[in-house]
Design a protein around this ligand. Structure first.
Ligand code: KIV
Ligand code: ZN
Length: 505
């Protein structure tokens, strides 16, 4: 079988980031882009320049700082969108403009209010215009899988004639099935003029849980670019998950006839980074990156794996960068051992970051006997602490089932101390009310609060995630401590600091 290379086009920072609860700040987007580069993706879709100032800044920064990979911006079939994309990509080593328009009857009639002829000429004009700004132009026919096949092929032919070198077939609403996807790709290959000169891409959403299956089916039928996101984040039920696509192709390349250039040992790290930033955790049974993805509970399975792990394992945890030996550090471990272990786990902090991480490690080691790899990862991925106008000095709570929960809290800003007290429905509520009294933050609604134990045991490190809805979008805060009240307070202060940082700009 001839093995073809599949181009991995990552849209975590565009289709993923635009979905509710997944927003990232500039620094976080840069961190993700750098990690995607390590992972070895070919294209990073860094945003949709015309959609917001934040997207433009992120595309510009990624274009300037992340080299060796194609950096792409989305654009509607509008001159102003294409100009915005081209400007944001001005410093990219390998820029790509990604022009799209919907081609299904329902989208053209009810959303665009355009006829087929108008859509066809918009495609020809926009792709030609984008081509004057950038030699690498991708065209996507939004809702392709619900479009009339012949019209779709006419649109793709027009896009290729106007200069598109990649044509993308999105299953925008996650409606298609693997067999239909394969049939559609074959149809496009047969009925699109000039298709032999273009890369065929697939972009699948997961509304029916078929995004990965549809993407792999597209590859078997002739697609050679797959669009996906880390952890499958994205609109509604998400996009095709990068880690599943890549490992699907790695493990079953024999059946699919394909390979990728991805360094799969960076998969776990990429997953943790993205989850850490958006403040979620992988469901335990999530393929490839979930806690249980490589664990065996059933006696028969354990017995089989002990004899030969291939009995129940089709891939090794090491293949995706999961370290099996749960090496523990403790309070007597020195900075050198700490740094060495971080490096072994794939983290290479600079000196300033290392100082911060080591200080956190020492604080934690005073409270917890064994510091596991998971604890170290939590410390290293605690990015959001960077933005700190206010920090916690001390707090005291009083709570009980027959007393009114009360919290006294003291915060520090620019070396000045601010103290206040509040009662609440519980100690966390009391603490949050006391913090609000001190900071008087911009209006917001706390819409999500989650607590997660990083490792096992009664002295486990607790991680609290707090999500705030604001007029300027949502912010996420995280706090880590062996004391869950303290973790809750740190998470809220972190979220408020991020909110203040956003409001100040
Ligand atoms: O889902 C979709 O159709 C998209 C396009 C803009 C490519 O995200
Ligand atoms: Zn999409």
């Amino acid at each position: 079988m001839i093995m073809k290379k599949v181009i991995i086009f990552d849209t975590t920072l565009r289709d993923g980031e635009q979905s509710p609860g997944c927003s990232m700040n500039l620094q976080e987007k840069l961190d993700v882009a750098r990690q995607l580069q390590k992972l070895g993706v070919s294209v990073i879709e860094a945003g949709f320049a015309a959609s917001s100032k934040g997207d433009t800044e992120a595309i510009e920064a990624i274009a300037k700082q992340v080299k060796g990979v194609t950096v792409c911006s989305l654009a509607r079939c509008l001159k102003s969108d294409i100009d915005a994309a081209a400007e944001a990509l001005a410093f990219a080593e390998k820029p790509r403009i990604h022009v799209f328009i919907a081609t299904s009857e329902i989208h053209m009639k009810s959303k665009l209010k355009m006829t087929k002829e108008q859509v066809l000429s918009a495609v020809a004009e926009s792709v030609s215009y984008a081509k004057t700004k950038c030699s690498d132009v991708q065209f996507s026919a939004e809702d392709a899988t619900r479009s009339d096949k012949d019209f779709l092929c006419a649109v793709l032919s027009a896009a290729i004639k106007a200069g598109a070198t990649t044509v993308n077939i999105p299953d925008t609403v996650g409606y298609t099935t693997p067999a239909e996807m394969a049939e559609l790709i074959s149809y496009v290959k047969e009925h699109t003029k000039g298709i032999e000169n273009a890369v065929i891409a697939a972009h699948c959403h997961n509304d029916l849980g078929l995004a990965v299956a549809n993407s792999l089916s597209a590859v078997s039928a002739g697609a050679s670019q797959i669009e996906c996101t880390v952890n499958g984040i994205g609109e509604r039920a998400g996009n095709a998950a990068l880690e599943e696509i890549v490992m699907g192709i790695k493990v079953r390349g024999d059946a699919i006839g394909a390979y990728t250039d991805i360094d799969t040992t960076q998969i776990y790290r990429s997953s943790r980074l993205v989850y850490g930033i958006i403040g979620y955790h992988a469901p335990k049974n999530k393929p490839i990156v979930g806690d249980n993805a490589f664990s065996h509970e059933a006696g028969i399975h354990q017995h089989g794996v002990m004899n030969d792990r291939r009995t129940y394992e089709i891939m090794k945890p090491e293949d995706v960068g999961i370290n099996r030996d749960n090496f523990a550090l403790g309070k007597h471990s020195g900075r050198h051992a700490f740094e060495k272990r971080l490096n072994e786990l794939g983290y290479n902090p600079d000196k300033k970051q290392l100082d911060t991480y080591f200080e956190r490690f020492k604080e934690l080691a005073d409270r917890k006997k064994d510091i596991t790899d998971k604890d170290l990862e939590a410390i290293a991925s605690e990015h959001m602490r960077d933005i700190q106008q206010y920090s916690l000095d001390r707090f005291a709570v009083q709570a009980g089932n027959r007393s009114t929960p009360t919290c006294v809290i003291r915060l520090i800003k620019d070396k000045e101390k601010f103290e206040d007290v509040s009662i609440g429905d519980g100690p966390v509520d009391a603490a949050y009310k006391a913090i609000d009294k001190i900071i008087n933050p911009p209006p917001h609604e706390l819409y999500d609060y989650g607590i997660h134990s990083i490792s096992g045991g009664k002295d486990a490190l607790g991680e609290v995630t707090v999500k705030l809805k604001t007029q300027n979008g949502n912010v996420t805060g995280r706090g880590l401590s062996t004391d869950i009240i303290e973790a809750s307070i740190l998470a809220y202060i972190n979220a408020i600091n991020r909110l203040l940082d956003r409001t100040d700009k």
